[in-house]
Design a protein around this ligand. Structure first.
Ligand SMILES: [Zn+2]
Length: 196
């Protein structure tokens, strides 16, 4: 990879927001998501599934695939543990299940909020294995253009899974089609390591 691409990838990288069991995290759910992807869990690692594309997925016969969504979240951070008047906002990546997302949409509808706009939400998890619970708190104004946010989301997911970044003027769907052969190759490599 040339220097330019490496720099772009470094800039696109976002940390996954971890919500610990029993904890609550307040964050703004950023418009433009979720980006839904199929994936397999193999050897405690998440490997993307290319089923539904023109490529064959070598892991589909080996393990069950599930659908995972990714959204961008804006998290307010206090400096250190001290409460200071200066709050930093940090863009992070949140992984969620379709069940968690439909709960969020239902919560938005209940509060009379537009789930497509930026919404401040309480994100919690009861147990280590229970799904995220995303409850709307209020609408938030001021957000970048949605197409910019979608590109940031796709790029962050691309970096997370070692896939090429989105091209200029490419939609999320076009990116998905273009990277399907790469996803298929990564799945095939993983499948080849499985015991026969
Ligand atoms: Zn698969």
């Amino acid at each position: 990879m040339d220097r330019e691409v490496l720099l772009r990838r470094a800039r696109a990288q976002l940390t996954l927001l971890r919500v610990r069991a029993g904890g609550v995290c307040q964050a703004v759910i950023v418009p433009g998501g979720p980006l839904w992807l199929g994936s397999h869990w193999v050897d405690r690692r998440q490997v993307l599934c290319c089923a539904g594309s023109a490529e064959a997925c070598m892991l589909c016969g080996e393990s069950a695939s599930r659908v995972t969504g990714f959204v961008l979240v804006m998290v307010s951070q206090l400096n250190g543990s001290q409460v200071t008047p200066f709050q930093q906002k940090r863009l992070m990546l949140l992984e969620l299940s379709p069940l968690s997302w439909s709960g969020f949409e239902m919560s938005a509808r209940f509060e009379g909020l537009d789930a497509c706009g930026p919404i401040l939400a309480d994100i919690s998890r009861k147990g280590a294995r229970s799904p995220l619970r995303i409850e709307c708190v209020s609408a938030v104004d001021g957000c970048s253009q949605v197409d910019v946010l979608v590109r940031a989301l796709v790029d962050a997911v691309a970096v997370l899974f070692g896939l090429p970044l989105v091209n200029d003027a490419e939609t999320a769907e076009q990116w998905r089609d273009r990277v399907a052969p790469v996803v298929a190759r990564l799945a095939a490599v993983k499948a080849a390591t499985l015991p026969r």
